[in-house]
Design a protein around this ligand. Structure first.
Ligand code: FAD
Length: 408
């Protein structure tokens, strides 16, 4: 049986960074990264942006050149699904029944794209955007002549995909079940701005509209029937309705967790010597008033990876990284810092019509987050306000002639 000091499950942002951080922090023992993916670690954000657009090939989205892993003595076990954890024996059990022994286990399995479950949802031509293979399949259909797309879901992935498809000349209809896009992550001003922008760019955006069923011919999607009774013909359907945390084997082994797997401030699960990081890890986040949440961002995956690596190396430091995120749609670069959940006040700096502005979110008079559109200066300086939970009068924040750093 193969045996490693540290086994990392998953080769996404979290898994890759965990291996890198362990080596950086002086771990000299053996490390294996075991992943279902057949491709060495690559970045996910370009999948709904430049990679989908064909502007960046796979080589340019690799987290490190493929030789890096071997040079650092990190064994990649690709194309390997981990089906079970036998934590009493400190072993993982792979899909082919092969067992691998570990001293410490880092679970970085992310999440699986949520799928539609209505009639017709198993037809060909329905795509999710999570892995490189998903986007290759979608691109092949677009390059093969698919021109009419329906996108389900007005979160970041659905909106980014819609923007790319419009640039590629497709007809795009986007369905969002809620009353505004980005409802889960941003305030109304930002939602309205992006709704207007997508409509101006030619997206047929329908709010408060879900999917009733999907119609097809010869096993392939031909139309989406909305729950408002409309039939929307399409050649491809893109589903961007979130993820389900990939924690089945951990929960089956007895780890605690309801939405993902619970971890403490050092990314430890409730099972001995098993850590969890990234999209699947539910943690009390200091930037959310210590509410237990999962964050789905590169920042969170990378910073949790470093936190777990430090804890394993005996240099325990609680996870308290400031959350940040970005999204590119058309020529708009959105940068977000902090978490706007439960804000009670919003302040707009600048004029959204100028396509350069920021939204500042406050709770109890303190700055908790900013969404900055084409405004990197506010983003960089606002970060300090969020870190300091600065108490600043809304009227002052609204004055965009005063730079944020002067308000601290
Ligand atoms: P992942 O990167 O998803 O890695 C999980 C890994 O685990 C995969 O390699 C998977 O194959 C493997 N795996 C899963 N289950 C098993 C198993 N049972 N056995 C073995 N291996 C398994 N974040 C941003 O901050 N900015 C962005 O602009 C942005 N854009 C995004 C665009 C897209 C299309 C997507 C999909 C995500 C985007 N994100 C963005 C989110 C960000 O990429 C994720 O938060 C991040 O990748 C999470 O890292 P992770 O390591 O937790 O999971």
């Amino acid at each position: 049986m193969d045996s490693y000091d540290i086994v990392i499950v998953g080769s996404g942002h979290g898994g890759a960074q965990a291996a890198i951080a362990l080596r950086q922090q002086g771990h000299e023992g053996t490390i294996a990264m075991v992943s279902r993916s057949h491709v060495p670690p690559y970045e996910r954000p370009p999948l709904s942006k430049e990679y989908l657009a064909g502007e960046k090939p796979l080589e340019r989205i690799m987290i490190r050149p493929p030789a890096f892993w071997q040079e650092r003595g990190i064994t990649l076990e690709l194309g390997t699904n981990v089906a079970e954890i036998d934590w009493m024996r400190r072993q993982i059990v792979c899909g082919d029944e092969r067992r691998i022994e570990y001293r410490k286990l880092i679970w970085a399995a992310g999440g699986d794209a949520r799928r539609l479950s209505c009639p017709g949802s198993d037809l060909a031509g329905i795509h999710t955007v999570r892995y490189v293979t998903d986007v290759d399949a979608l691109r092949a259909e677009l390059l093969g002549g698919a021109r009419r797309a329906v996108v389900v879901g007005g979160g970041y992935i659905g909106l980014e995909a819609a923007a790319v498809l419009r640039k590629m000349g497709c007809e795009v209809t986007l369905l969002e079940a809620q009353s505004r896009v980005l409802a889960r992550v941003a305030g109304e001003t930002l939602s309205e701005f992006y709704q207007d922008e997508h409509r101006k760019q030619g997206v047929d955006l329908r709010l408060e509209t879900g999917v009733e069923r999907i119609e097809g011919e010869a096993g392939r999607v031909t139309a989406v029937v909305s729950d408002t009774g409309e039939t929307l013909p399409c050649d491809v359907l893109i589903v961007g309705i979130g993820i389900v945390a990939a924690v089945g084997p951990l929960i089956a082994a007895g780890a605690s967790g309801t939405n993902g797997v619970d971890v403490d401030p050092y990314c430890r699960t409730t099972l001995d010597d098993i850590y969890a990081i990234g999209d699947c890890a539910a943690h009390a986040n200091p930037y959310a008033d210590n509410a237990v949440i999962r964050l789905e961002s590169v920042q969170n995956a990378n910073d949790m990876a470093s936190c777990a690596a430090r804890a394993i190396m005996g240099d325990k430091q609680e996870y308290d990284a400031v959350p940040w995120f970005w999204s590119n749609q058309y020529d708009l670069r959105l940068q977000t810092v902090g978490l706007s959940l439960d804000h009670d006040t919003t302040v707009v700096r600048g004029d959204p019509a100028s396509r350069k502005f920021s939204v500042v979110y406050l709770r109890d008079g303190r700055v908790i987050a900013l969404d900055c559109v084409n405004n990197t200066k506010d983003y960089a300086q606002g970060r300090k306000l969020v870190e300091a939970r600065a108490e600043i009068a809304p009227e002052l924040l609204a004055d965009s002639s005063i730079v944020l750093k002067d308000m601290l």
